[in-house]
Design a protein around this ligand. Structure first.
Ligand SMILES: Nc1ncnc2c1ncn2[C@@H]1O[C@H](COP(=O)(O)OP(=O)(O)OP(=O)(O)O)[C@@H](O)[C@H]1O
Length: 380
């Protein structure tokens, strides 16, 4: 899929902008604080109805205005769809094909985007919570069942933790009820673990090929899902559930002592291994970057496999972070198939000969102008 046009009205520092976009690589060129990221944010918001960098929609509205509006046309194999999103004090409204949608959840999914920013290195370097959030966001986007299991699990986990605290403080004494909660939690926990394993296997498959190519076959990447459930029990949700239940029984004294649930997907992690070593602990900066890049690029392929269309790729300031070999790989991987938006302050750091016919936009103080000399946007 690709975004053919984008219109902004009173969005961040743009009073008005109307862009014809290239089907291939679009470069947003400008000095710092001119509005490059704001444009990426506009595309991200048009896709997901929310920003990637603020939880407060009001921040998106120009300081001088009361309402912000985004509009665009998405082209897919199945046809062209106009999208429209309005932010105001009253909330937000979304239209597909000029028809207002009763629920924002009906709107999301028309335009798929993947954003890659320097912070994404945290997937490799950060705490386990970052990787759990990564799995939950990515797999939740592609699989509504996963989201359902996750929300049931979270509710039960809260309840079980509260009960463990009550037992700890002798406000409750019934261990049978703890057993009931453990069984219910184990059932949802097992579904989540099983779905994570299934999706990770697919993602790993794509990421391995990409990592091998970037490292010129000197490195192999592997994912390892870290859980207290033994490998032999991971084959299906039933065996995982039985293993979790047994673990709750075995660790009951410890959980009662600590007053919290110590086993389950909320405690699991994902390890990335390069040449059989955990890249978080033993990897060089370069290996960590390659891993993050491979995982992100693998998401593109996974989304294509799951939804039938390539997503739109948003690259915020990442090219300058990558050395020539990684830049080359990234640009070759996306060339001719993925519509991409790249923000940069200068073209000099980018191996420009690799970007075939880019559409270049000059961004300055909330205005954006297409470069006359660059390839003009698609006019299909
Ligand atoms: N709601 C708003 N109304 C008006 N201007 C805003 C609003 N929110 C942010 N801005 C302005 O937008 C500018 C920042 O734009 P943006 O984050 O897109 O920068 P950038 O071009 O990506 O720069 P950098 O290269 O430093 O990341 C700042 O000048 C900021 O004051």
């Amino acid at each position: 899929m690709y975004l053919q046009e984008l219109q902004l009205q009173n969005f961040r520092n743009y009073a008005a902008a109307d862009l014809k976009l290239g089907k291939g690589i679009n470069v947003l060129l400008g000095e710092n604080a001119q509005g490059k990221t704001n444009l990426l944010e506009a595309i991200y918001a048009l896709a997901l109805t929310r920003s990637h960098r603020t939880a407060n929609d009001h921040d998106l509205i120009n300081w001088e205005a009361k309402t912000a509006k985004l509009a665009g046309r998405v082209v897919k194999a199945s046809g062209t769809t106009p999208l429209e999103l309005t932010f105001s004090r009253q909330g937000k409204r979304a239209k597909i094909n000029h028809l207002e949608q009763a629920r924002l959840s009906q709107y999301v999914g028309q335009l798929n985007v993947i954003l890659f920013a320097p912070e994404d290195l945290a997937i490799v370097k950060g705490a386990p919570t970052v990787r759990r959030r990564f799995m939950d966001m990515e797999f939740g986007q592609m699989n509504p069942r996963y989201l359902y299991n996750l929300s049931q699990y979270r509710t039960l986990l809260k309840q079980r933790n509260r009960y463990l605290k009550d037992l700890q403080h002798h406000q409750q004494h019934d261990l049978l009820f703890l057993g009931v909660l453990s069984d219910q939690l184990a059932a949802y926990g097992a579904e989540i673990i099983y779905q994570r394993l299934t999706m990770l296997r697919k993602l790993e498959h794509w990421a391995q090929t990409i990592h091998a190519e970037i490292s010129q076959h000197r490195e192999t990447l592997a994912f390892r899902y870290a859980t207290q459930v033994a490998d032999k029990d991971l084959d299906d949700p039933k065996t995982i559930c039985a293993a979790l239940t047994a673990l709750y029984q075995k660790q009951q004294a410890k959980e009662l002592y600590q007053g919290t649930t110590l086993i389950g997907p909320h405690r699991d992690d994902l390890h990335f291994q390069v040449n059989d070593k955990n890249v978080q602990t033993f990897g060089s900066q370069g290996q960590q970057r390659t891993t993050a890049l491979s995982v992100k690029l693998a998401e593109i392929d996974l989304m294509k496999a799951e939804t039938g269309e390539y997503p739109v790729l948003l690259l915020d300031d990442v090219l300058s972070e990558l050395d020539d070999a990684r830049q080359t790989h990234l640009l070759t991987a996306i060339q001719d198939k993925v519509q991409t938006f790249i923000t940069t302050t200068s073209l000099s750091g980018i191996t420009r000969q690799l970007i075939k016919d880019p559409t270049i936009f000059h961004v300055s103080a909330g205005t954006v102008v297409a470069d006359e000399s660059s390839d003009q946007a698609s006019d299909e």
